[in-house]
Each structure stands twice: as structure tokens, then as C-alpha cells.
Write a protein that binds this ligand. Structure first.
Ligand code: ADP
Length: 479
């Protein structure tokens, strides 16, 4: 098959978070047997030299944006016969320090930037022969689904046989812009109604992706159900219910060539199930490195996360001191909201030798912490799929998670028996419910290490492979 995959970021070219990892690993696996054209915005921070990008003579195109015709061009490189990378380039839109905003605020012209990108993808698609599927991702590309169905197919620029798949990675970010931006789109106002692009008197790009694509997917089966309810739908639950027969939840995978304690190049002591007893050496190393009291028997709680409400930080802070009182050590690695950064810095100061607030983005430290921890904390308010809990399990670090989205689908609770269990789950989004789950985990660690280790070893057996994910996507593509 021939698949065009449009996305706003992709490892190793450019990455700010989970979406970049997922895009890189998914297309890497898919292209083992199928032809993949990956399309990214031509951000200036993508290293043209390192990856061998060359500017193409054609296609060059003009995208009508408001009253102007904006010139775009394409850069290209080939990873192998099955995987080609294209950049949709325009220096005004993409020659900036960041991808989406200046760190605190989104760029004010994001409606325009990602409209340009989305239509650029379709201009390129109309030059690629024999495409079977156009697969677009999240709000940054979503408006492309509208143009594909209402324009490119209708005027014959893209054949009706080329089908479309739209994936929601996180419904919390929708690309909502004020109604004046309708004029940028150059389309009739008839589309600005609740059955179309309008969303509470604004334009909503994500909504157009959901409404106008042939098939909609999201990144776990539970999240696919949850987003059809008002609690998780961010106002789009009605639209999603309307499309429920075309909506599928397919779990992401893990790249175990990078995330495996036996192969991990960052961790001081490699281990696997047989050599599980070596794991604790990683804890002793990190205690030394971070200035924690050195003690192999202190349960080490770790968390590696964006510090935002979605990740449940607001239910951690009220019980944080109680978690320390359980006789634990806690390391939080993260970046995000200032109020949380201040909080964890203060806790580090207050509980010197017991708590570390490592307030930075640090890939190496992340690897070391997955290896060093005993218990992994992930009390998310909502979690489309989540990678961290899957990494933690592979490293034998027992997750405590809220029973939602991808966490529900990937972690097996202790109540389901020691033969299968991989972690501890709680239901209610409250500090006390979270505290209770951690208390149970710490109690087991302290009173029955063999049983605790059984959970860790079960976790190390988990296999969330990309092969499985890709197989399911291929079934949908064929459909
Ligand atoms: P999301 O994509 O919502 O942020 P995921 O759990 O799917 O959450 O993926 C987060 C990824 O980012 C994980 O690989 C995690 O290890 C990594 N990560 C998050 N914060 C940091 C940080 N401060 N330093 C290093 N890695 C981080």
C-alpha cells in the first residue's frame, strides 16, 4: 500500500513530546512492508544537512490564505526505498525558534500556519501517484480533511479512491480559533454551522478532522469510548458519537530497541528478568547522583511527566507530605506549569535527602529513573494512551495509575491476582484515592518483597509492540 502520513512532529527529525515518538515509531514499522510518505512542516530547526534534505523544483504551490496567495515549496529526503520524508516549507511560517508557541503562549498566527501546512500536504498528495490512504494526525493537520472531502476530491485533484484516516492523539488540544479566521480559509460561510466547521461561534480544526475523514481513530480502546462522553469529550463528544461507527481505538506501542533495561545505553547497570537483582544498583547510583540518602530498602517513587493538570499533579500536591510520611523517597522529573515547578522545588528544599524536584527536560535522566524507581506515579485526569507507564513496566518499576484511557488498557490491577497483575489502579480522581493506592503499593513493598517483585516481573513481560499496532491500522486501511 501507499500511505501519506501528515503530522506536526516526528522523531528523529523534530520532537517535543509523545506525538513525535509515536509518529516516528509507527511509520518506521509500517514502512517495513509498505510505502510511506511522511510529511512534516519545514521547521527551521530540522537539520537539513544531517538528514540530507534537498529542495524540490516541483511541486511549488500557492495556497490562498485570506486575500493573499502564499508560496510554498517542498524539501525531500529518502530514508530507504519505502520511507520518504517531505517538508512543506515557507520561511515566514516555520522559520521560528519553537514549533507551536513561544513557550508560554501559542503563536498568534497558528490558524494560518497550520492551514498552510494542511493544504500543503494535499498539494503534495495531488502529485503523488497511486496513494491509497491519507493519514492525518491531531488538530495541526485536521483542516486538511475538510479540504480533501469538499474540494480536492470534488475537483478531481485527488482521486476518490484515496481514502482518509484521522487520528486523535489528545482531544485536549483542538485548534480553536475565533470566527474572523474563517476569512483565511477562503471558503463559503455556509460551512460555518454546527454541522460543519463552527464550534460555539469559533472555528475548530479538530472537529473538521473528525467530521470529514473516512475513518477516525484514537490511541487506545478505552479512550475511544471515553471521548464520546461529556466528561472526556471537551465539547466534541456529540460529534464523536455521531461518528461512532467509524471510530476505532488502537493502542500505541513501545520501541523496545530504545526502551529496554537490557539494551538501554543510559543506565549504569543493565538488567533483565533473570538479573532482576541488579536493578537496585541503579537505585543506589541515582541516590548518589541526586543527593538522596543512600538506602537500598527505601521505596523510591518516580514520575517523569509534563507538569500540567492533565497528568494529575493537582491530586498529588495535597497529599505529597503524606506520601513522604510513608517512608519513601520521591523524584519528580518534569517541566510545565510554574506553580508546580515552584511546589516541587520547595518540597526538595523541605525534605532534603528524601525528595528531588528535577525541573528540566532530560532524556538521559528519564531512562535512569525508569531503571532506578520501585514505583511509578501516573494519576492522570485523562490519558489517551500514555507511554510512560509502558516504559515503567518494562523496567520493572510498578505503576500506580488512575483507571482511565490507555492506563486502564495497559496496567493490570493487583486485585486481578498476582499471576497477572502489573500495578495498582484507582478510580476516583481525588488526592485521597491516589494516596490510598500508593499506600497499598508501599505497604506491599515493605511487608512482602517477593509478592511486590512478582508485579515488577509481570510488568517486564509486557509487550506493547508496534507490529501489533501497525497490523490493526493495515486492517483499517484495507477496509
Ligand atoms: P504525553 O505525550 O502526554 O506527554 P506520554 O506518557 O505519552 O505523555 O509520553 C511522555 C514521554 O515524554 C515519555 O517518554 C516521558 O518519558 C517523556 N518525558 C516527559 N517529561 C520528560 C522530562 N522532563 N524529561 C525527559 N523525558 C520526559
Amino acid at each position: 500500500m501507499k500511505i501519506l502520513y501528515g503530522v506536526a512532529e516526528c522523531f528523529p527529525f523534530v520532537k517535543t513530546g509523545g506525538l513525535g515518538d509515536v509518529a516516528g515509531a509507527f511509520t518506521g514499522t509500517l514502512s517495513k512492508r509498505h510505502k510511506v510518505y511522511m510529511v512534516l512542516p519545514g521547521y527551521s530547526r530540522i537539520d537539513r544537512k544531517k538528514f540530507g534534505f534537498k529542495k524540490l523544483k516541483s511541486p511549488e504551490f500557492n495556497i490562498p490564505i485570506g486575500n493573499s496567495e502564499i508560496k510554498g515549496y517542498v524539501e525531500h529526503t529518502k530514508i530507504n526505498d519505502n520511507l520518504e520524508i517531505y517538508l512543506i516549507s515557507n520561511s515566514h511560517y516555520f522559520d521560528r525558534e519553537h514549533l507551536f508557541g513561544n513557550g508560554t503562549e501559542p503563536y498568534p498566527d497558528n490558524a494560518e500556519r497550520f492551514l498552510f501546512f494542511s493544504r500543503g500536504i494535499l498539494e503534495l498528495a495531488s502529485h503523488l501517484k497511486g496513494l491509497d490512504v491519507i493519514h492525518l494526525n491531531d488538530w495541526h493537520t485536521a483542516i486538511g480533511m475538510f479540504y480533501l472531502k469538499e474540494f480536492y476530491r470534488k475537483v478531481g485533484k485527488i482521486k476518490p479512491e484515496t481514502k482518509s484516516v484521522f487520528t486523535i492523539h489528545n482531544l485536549g488540544y483542538q485548534g480553536i480559533f475565533w470566527h474572523h479566521d474563517m476569512y483565511l480559509l477562503n471558503v463559503d460561510w455556509k460551512y460555518f454551522n454546527p454541522e460543519g466547521l463552527e464550534f460555539y461561534n469559533h472555528i475548530n480544526y479538530m472537529k473538521s478532522g473528525i467530521l470529514y475523514s473516512d475513518i477516525v481513530t484514537t490511541v487506545s480502546p478505552t479512550y475511544a469510548k471515553e471521548i464520546q462522553t461529556p466528561e472526556f469529550g471537551f465539547g466534541l463528544d456529540g460529534v464523536l458519537r455521531k461518528r461512532s461507527k467509524d471510530l476505532y481505538g488502537i493502542l500505541n506501542g513501545v520501541d523496545y530497541s530504545i526502551w529496554h533495561p537490557w539494551k538501554d545505553k543510559f543506565i549504569p547497570f543493565k538488567y533483565n528478568k533473570k538479573l532482576f537483582s541488579r536493578k537496585v544498583k541503579n537505585k543506589l547510583e541515582i541516590q548518589k547522583e541526586l543527593g538522596l540518602n543512600i538506602n537500598p530498602d527505601k521505596p523510591l517513587l518516580v514520575m517523569i511527566s509534563r507538569l500540567i493538570d492533565q497528568k494529575g499533579i493537582d491530586i498529588i500536591t495535597p497529599v505529597f507530605d503524606m506520601l513522604v510520611s510513608l517512608g519513601t523517597q520521591i523524584v519528580i522529573l518534569g517541566t510545565g506549569d510554574k506553580k508546580y515547578i515552584d511546589f516541587f522545588n520547595w518540597k526538595e528544599h523541605q525534605f532534603k535527602g528524601t525528595v528531588v524536584g528535577y525541573m528540566a527536560f532530560n532524556e538521559e535522566m528519564a531512562h535512569k529513573l525508569y531503571a532506578a524507581g520501585d514505583i511509578y506515579l501516573m494519576p492522570s485526569k485523562y490519558e489517551p494512551c500514555g507511554l510512560s507507564q509502558m516504559y515503567a513496566m518494562k523496567y520493572g518499576t510498578v505503576p500506580v495509575v488512575r483507571n482511565t484511557g490507555g492506563l486502564k488498557d495497559t496496567v493490570i490491577d493487583i486485585e486481578d491476582g498476582f499471576d497477572r497483575a502489573t500495578g495498582f489502579k484507582f478510580d476516583y480522581y481525588s488526592p485521597y484515592a491516589f494516596y490510598e493506592a500508593v499506600r497499598k503499593a508501599v505497604a506491599l513493598y515493605k511487608t512482602n518483597r517477593d509478592e511486590f517483585n512478582k508485579l515488577a516481573l509481570n510488568g517486564m513481560d509486557t509487550k506493547f509492540s508496534w507490529e501489533k499496532t501497525v497490523k490493526k491500522y493495515l486492517e483499517l486501511y484495507r477496509k
